[in-house]
Design a protein around this ligand. Structure first.
Ligand code: GDP
Ligand code: MG
Length: 439
């Protein structure tokens, strides 16, 4: 998927900043070049890429690094803000009675998205009805009728009647008692004049509250031209990018959104009626930057970490003892599965590679680790280097575990200690970090 591909190249670019501790023009240029390459490969429009990278360069060099932020965080924050500028905050389609008109070229995913939306509103407790105004594509009536039938959604259409405008007029009367009325329109292979005219007529009759343009995530630069034409004609109130589950690079659609000053409402991630995701810019960009799910992390962190904040700073200073690890494991275990938590931490964006073993502590192992550690002396907990084979034997007997269990724990401790070392340059403090990103 686009996000992962573009994301991993952006992460690589940002890693360069880790190596160089301060911001100099050369490093910024290097990073920006990498970002440009990543975005161009994802099909983002050249002009847009140039504009964005110039902004990043200018701001990174000119703006003072905010106090308490290191140069790398400073640049990450700028990249984050510039991406938000391009991708937009997203369009929120409210959960209330309304009319929605679907527009877009043939094959973009309008009909599929129509059924997904019907399902979406249905799940939220609103009663949807769908009108088929596609009189152009053979089988359009059947396709939508079948989809609606499966979902138990009310459907209006007139098979064989070519008069799309009349169908909409009659359909609206027929389903006026429903909460959300979705009108699926016809596409063409390209932007033909008669498509635009028909769309304008339907628009004039239906007075939709929202006009959602469906853009195929796989199309490249034509996306902008399409979006412009639709926008000039009836206006776009939101965009759905479809097919982001496949190999689509998405950059074309993102460019179109930026160019027409519209914003994304949903993304389509599959062919079934449930494969629709409400667009959330934070999540989308967090993914692009490899910073994990920032929002989700905040929520969890607020619930759990407030009361027992990990002394990350002390650990960063190099004092990461077995005692710290014990506390850390307990806190993290309270928060949820280790892997999930680790993935939410912005380690990737900070250039820290978390070894796979760090993820593999299950609740069961945690219990065993605790038993082992309970048989250690305070001195050993604070200075694990003291633990040689004689002590391993003693601890294993005392805890009823095998010497291998003790060794495994020590090995795990070493891994975690190294990870902490990697973080040290970053002065990592979750809450501070989130504040910096305006969370
Ligand atoms: N994988 C995937 N396929 C999609 C998605 N949205 C639509 N499609 C497929 O794209 C094709 C065209 O979709 P359709 O809704 O008929 O497009 P329309 O001509 O704009 O109405 C169909 O085969 C759909 O199953 C999506 O999000 N993911
Ligand atoms: Mg269709």
């Amino acid at each position: 998927m686009v996000m992962e591909k573009l994301g991993s190249s952006l992460q690589d670019a940002l890693k360069k900043l880790v190596k160089s501790g301060r911001i100099d023009e050369h490093t910024v240029n290097e990073v920006v070049k990498d970002i440009q390459r990543a975005m161009l490969q994802a099909d983002v429009n050249v002009k847009l890429v140039m504009k964005m990278s110039n902004h990043i360069k200018e701001r990174a060099m000119k703006e003072d690094v905010p106090s308490g932020m290191n140069p790398r965080e400073h640049v990450i924050r700028i990249v984050y803000q510039e991406l938000i500028n391009i991708i937009g905050k997203g369009t929120d389609i409210p959960l209330k009675p309304q009319k929605i008109m679907m527009i877009g070229l043939q094959g973009s995913g309008k009909t599929t998205t129509t059924s997904k939306l019907a399902r979406y509103f249905q799940r939220k407790g609103l009663r949807p009805a769908v009108i088929c105004a596609d009189t152009f594509r053979p089988g359009a009536y059947q396709q939508l009728n079948t989809l609606c039938g499966k979902l138990n959604v009310t459907f209006y259409g007139e098979e064989g009647n070519p008069d799309a405008v009349g169908i909409v007029e009659r359909g609206l009367k027929e389903v006026e008692k429903y909460d959300v009325i979705i009108i699926d329109t016809a596409g063409r292979h390209s932007l033909e004049k008669d498509l635009i005219e028909e769309m304008e007529q339907i628009h004039a009759i239906a007075h939709p509250d929202y006009k959602l343009l469906v853009l195929d995530g796989a199309i490249g630069q034509q996306a902008s031209e399409q979006a412009r034409a639709f926008n000039d004609s009836i206006g776009i109130s939101g965009v759905v990018i479809s097919k982001l589950d496949g190999t689509a690079k998405g950059g074309g659609a993102i460019s179109a959104v930026s160019e027409t000053n519209s914003s994304i409402a949903f993304i389509g991630v599959g062919e079934t009626p449930d494969d629709l995701e409400k667009f959330e810019p934070d999540r989308f960009i967090s993914k692009l930057l490899g910073m994990g799910d920032i929002k989700g992390l905040i929520e969890k962190a607020q619930e759990n970490l407030m009361e027992e904040e990990l002394d990350m700073e002390a650990m960063m200073r190099g004092r990461f003892t077995l005692k710290d690890m014990y506390k850390q494991l307990e806190t993290l275990n309270k928060m949820g599965p280790m892997k999930q938590i680790m993935q939410m931490l912005p380690l990737g964006g900070m250039g820290v590679k978390v070894p796979e073993e760090a993820y593999q502590v299950t609740g069961e192992k945690l219990t065993r680790y605790r038993v082992v550690m309970d048989s250690m002396t305070e001195e050993e907990m604070l200075n694990p280097r003291l633990i040689g084979s004689a002590r391993i034997k003693r601890i294993s007997i005392g805890s009823g575990c095998s010497p291998d269990d003790v060794r495994e724990l020590l090995k795990y401790y070493k891994t975690m200690q190294n990870t902490m070392k990697g973080l040290r340059g970053g002065k990592f403090n979750m809450q501070k970090m989130m504040k910096k990103f305006g969370m």
